[in-house]
Ligand binder design. Structure first.
Ligand code: DAT
Ligand code: MG
Length: 151
C-alpha cells in the first residue's frame, strides 16, 4: 500500500470563518492520518515559491496578497492515494464549479476565496511539504485503528 502524503493549507478566509474544524474533520473521518499541523502567516518569499507556477499571471499579486493576509492552517496528511483524493474532496478551483459535498462546493462562492489549498501531484506535494515544514515538525506515529481503515 502506498502511504503518500499531501500538503493542505486552510486559507485565511476559512481560518477567519471558523472552518478549520470542519475541514480537518472531513479528512479525519475519511481515515487519513494527520502528520503535521501549524498556524502560520506565510511571508512573500514562501508564497512566491509555493505559487511559482503562477508567477507572471494576472491574478498572482492578488493571490499572494490574500494568502499572506492572515494565518493559514498548514497541514500534512497521509494515506492511500491522498493527493488525488484530497483534490477530489476539495472540489474544483472555482467554488461555483465545485460539486456540493466538496469542501469548496460546500463552503465557498468566489474564486479568490476558495477556502483550502491541496497539492495537485505527488511531486508538488513533496515540494510543498518541504517548503512549509521542517522535518522535525512532521510526526511519525502509529494508530491502533489502522486495520479498521485499510484491509
Ligand atoms: P488550485 O488551488 O485548485 O490548485 P490553481 O493552482 O490553478 O488552483 O490556482 C491557485 C489559486 O489561484 C487558486 O486556488 C485560486 C487562484 N486563481 C486561480 N486561477 C485564478 C484566476 N483565473 N483568477 C483569479 N484567481 C485565480
Ligand atoms: Mg494549484
Amino acid at each position: 500500500m502506498s502511504q503518500e502524503q499531501t500538503f493542505l493549507a486552510i486559507k485565511p478566509d476559512a481560518v477567519q470563518r471558523g472552518l478549520i474544524g470542519p475541514i480537518i474533520t472531513r479528512f479525519e473521518r475519511r481515515g487519513y492520518k494527520l502528520r503535521a499541523i501549524k498556524l502560520i502567516v506565510p511571508d512573500r518569499s514562501l508564497l512566491e515559491k509555493h505559487y511559482d507556477e503562477h508567477k507572471g499571471k494576472p491574478f498572482f499579486e492578488k493571490l499572494v496578497g490574500f494568502m499572506g493576509s492572515g494565518p493559514v492552517c498548514a497541514m500534512v496528511w497521509e494515506g492511500k492515494d491522498v493527493v488525488k483524493t484530497g483534490r477530489a474532496m476539495l472540489g474544483a478551483t472555482n467554488p461555483l464549479n465545485s460539486a456540493p459535498g466538496t469542501i469548496r462546493g460546500d463552503y465557498g462562492i468566489d474564486l479568490g476565496r476558495n477556502v483550502c489549498h491541496g497539492s495537485d501531484s505527488v511531486d508538488s506535494a513533496k515540494y510543498e511539504i518541504n517548503l512549509w515544514f521542517q522535518p522535525t515538525e512532521i510526526q511519525q506515529y502509529d494508530r491502533a485503528i489502522e486495520g479498521w481503515i485499510y484491509e
